[in-house]
Design a protein around this ligand. Structure first.
Ligand SMILES: CC(C)=CCC/C(C)=C/CC/C(C)=C/CC/C(C)=C/COP(=O)(O)OP(=O)(O)O
Ligand SMILES: O=P(O)(O)OC[C@@H](O)CO
Ligand SMILES: [Mg+2]
Length: 254
């Protein structure tokens, strides 16, 4: 089933998903990557996201291969630029950085990538990418040369997401940036959730199961976990338990 359809169906039911972000630059050791892949599989993770703001290695295809050879979890590209299109993945977040005013990341990279993507079987997920300030400057804010939305400007974020939805974008990704000091607040997530009906992806700085739960409760359909697992892979069990418990309670209340 397509990734977007899965997200829409789960959104309609109030069910949640979890994605593990793999940074190709930090996945150079195949044994460590395999460990993470197996851990993700044991904990019933829904998706792998693969990508980075700055990828300095040429192992993207290898990373996708290791995942696909070992587990059936769909691999979704989360590209920082048009060079991160890997045809062997399952899907691609066709991100437009709508919180910024950098034309290159609103439409420029897309023009370059579109004809290449058309010649692949990748499922394209048109996604409004919205950066929220998280304290210090993150890689994505620096590389994209954009100003994230201030974390207390709820209405700016809500209107940005709404405009994205009106432009036809099929999901919204609220990101505090990888390794963010502060995760996105429940109030921010809830405000954006109310403004759009498309699936809402939330990530950046989610490094405890409580933060994961808060994001789900505030209205995230999918949470993305990256950095925290690089430091402590076992956290995945705790966080995936929260998602599982949430989905079980939906089942029970049917
Ligand atoms: C349309 C295509 C194919 C590409 C353009 C995609 C766009 C607009 C990207 C927006 C800007 C951008 C640089 C996004 C990167 C997001 C990402 C993969 C973040 C992962 O975390 P890192 O920012 O690499 O964090 P670390 O510093 O922890 O490595
Ligand atoms: O690495 P973390 O902080 O978990 O962030 C994940 C992702 O949302 C970053 O774009
Ligand atoms: Mg990175």
């Amino acid at each position: 089933m397509s990734v977007l359809k899965t997200l829409r169906d789960r959104h309609a039911l109030g069910k949640k998903s979890i994605a593990v972000l793999v940074d190709p630059d930090k996945a150079e050791d195949p044994a460590r990557l395999l460990q993470l892949v197996n851990l993700a599989s044991e904990n019933c993770i829904d998706f792998f996201f693969v990508g980075g703001s700055l990828v300095t290695t040429s192992n993207l295809a290898e990373v996708v291969k290791v995942i696909k050879e070992n587990v059936t979890i769909p691999v979704v590209l989360f590209p920082g630029n048009s060079m991160q299109v890997e045809p062997t993945a399952d899907a691609l977040l066709f991100l437009s950085l709508i919180s910024g005013r950098n034309p290159e990341l609103l439409i420029g990279q897309h023009v370059v990538a579109a004809p290449i993507i058309r010649n692949t079987k990748l499922e394209v997920i048109p996604t409004g990418y919205v950066l929220i300030n998280s304290g210090r400057i993150t890689s994505v804010a620096y590389i994209s040369n954009t100003t994230p939305i201030p974390d207390d400007k709820y209405s700016l974020a809500a209107c940005t997401a709404l405009a994205g939805e009106m432009l036809g974008l099929q999901s919204i990704y609220l990101d505090a940036g990888s390794g963010a000091e502060k995760e996105i607040s429940a109030k921010m997530i809830a405000t954006v959730r109310k403004s759009v009906s498309v699936p809402l992806i939330v990530g950046g700085g989610i490094n405890t199961s409580q933060k994961a739960f808060n994001a789900l409760e505030a209205g995230a359909d999918m949470i993305v976990i990256g950095n925290a697992l690089e430091k402590n892979p076992n956290l995945l069990m705790e966080i995936s338990d929260k998602v599982y418990e949430w989905n079980q309670s939906i089942e029970a209340g049917k």
